[in-house]
Design a protein around this ligand. Structure first.
Ligand SMILES: Cc1cc2nc3c(=O)[nH]c(=O)nc-3n(C[C@H](O)[C@H](O)[C@H](O)COP(=O)(O)O)c2cc1C
Length: 190
C-alpha cells in the first residue's frame, strides 16, 4: 500500500541510485519516461536533480508546468521501464500502450505510476541556464510516498520481495536489480 513518507526521509527513495520514471502533465495530457540520471540533492527541504533531455516530450511538459514526479519502478515493471525510455509519447499514449496505470498525486498535476515502490512529487526550482546548458532540472520534493510492504525500519528492504526490487540501468536495456542489504559496522563516531 502507498503510504506518505516524511519529507526529511524522501532522499532515501533515491539514495541507492534506482532508475526512475518521470511523469509530467500539461496541455491537457500526461506522459511518462524513464530517467536513470536522477539523484537526491538535499535533506530538508528535500531536493532532487534529474536530467530531462531537450528532445523529449517530458521536457516540453515540465517546461510548461514546472512540475514532475519521480517514481521508483520495480523488477516486475522492467519491460515497461525500458519501453517508456525507448519511445516518445509525442505520437503514442505510453500509458495505454504499455499498460502503466496513473494515480493522482497530492501536490502536483503530474500523476504517480501505480505499482512502483517510491514516489516523489517535485516542483522545479528554476535554473534556466543549467536547464538549457545541461538539461539538468533541480526541484523541491513537496510530497513523498512509499510502498509500505518493502519499507522496514525507515528504509527499503526487498528481502523476499524479488519482483519489488528497484532496477538500475547500465546501458542498452541491461539492468541490475537492487541487491543484498548490508550494514557497515561504523566508526563509533557517528
Ligand atoms: C533506462 C533508461 C534510462 C533513461 N534515462 C534518461 C535520463 O536520465 N534522462 C533523459 O533525458 N532521458 C533518459 N532516457 C531516455 C528517455 O526515457 C527517452 O528519450 C524517452 O523516449 C523520452 O520520452 P518522451 O519523449 O515521451 O518524454 C532513458 C531511457 C532508458 C531506457
Amino acid at each position: 500500500m502507498r503510504v506518505p513518507l516524511e519529507l526529511r526521509r524522501a532522499y532515501k527513495l533515491l539514495n541507492h541510485g534506482p532508475t526512475t520514471l518521470v511523469t509530467s502533465a500539461a496541455h491537457g495530457r500526461t506522459n511518462v519516461m524513464a530517467a536513470a540520471w536522477a539523484m537526491p540533492l538535499d535533506f530538508e527541504p528535500p531536493k532532487v536533480a534529474v536530467v530531462i533531455a531537450e528532445s523529449t516530450l517530458t521536457r516540453e511538459l515540465v517546461d510548461a508546468s514546472g512540475e514532475f514526479t519521480l517514481c521508483v519502478p520495480t523488477r516486475a515493471q522492467l519491460e515497461q521501464v525500458y519501453a517508456v525510455g525507448s519511445v516518445t509519447g509525442r505520437e503514442e499514449d505510453k500509458w495505454a500502450l504499455y499498460g502503466l496505470k496513473a494515480a493522482p498525486a497530492s501536490r502536483v498535476k503530474a500523476p504517480l505510476v501505480e505499482g512502483c515502490v517510491g514516489w516523489l512529487e517535485c516542483r522545479v526550482l528554476p535554473e534556466p541556464d543549467v536547464q538549457r546548458k545541461y538539461d539538468l532540472f533541480i526541484a523541491e520534493v513537496v510530497a513523498a510516498w512509499v510502498e509500505d510492504s518493502v519499507w522496514k525500519n525507515g528504509s527499503f528492504d526487498f528481502e523476499g520481495a524479488e519482483e519489488h526490487r528497484s532496477v538500475h540501468h547500465v546501458a542498452g536495456g541491461l539492468f541490475f536489480t537492487t541487491g543484498e542489504r548490508v550494514r557497515a559496522r561504523g566508526t563509533g563516531k557517528e
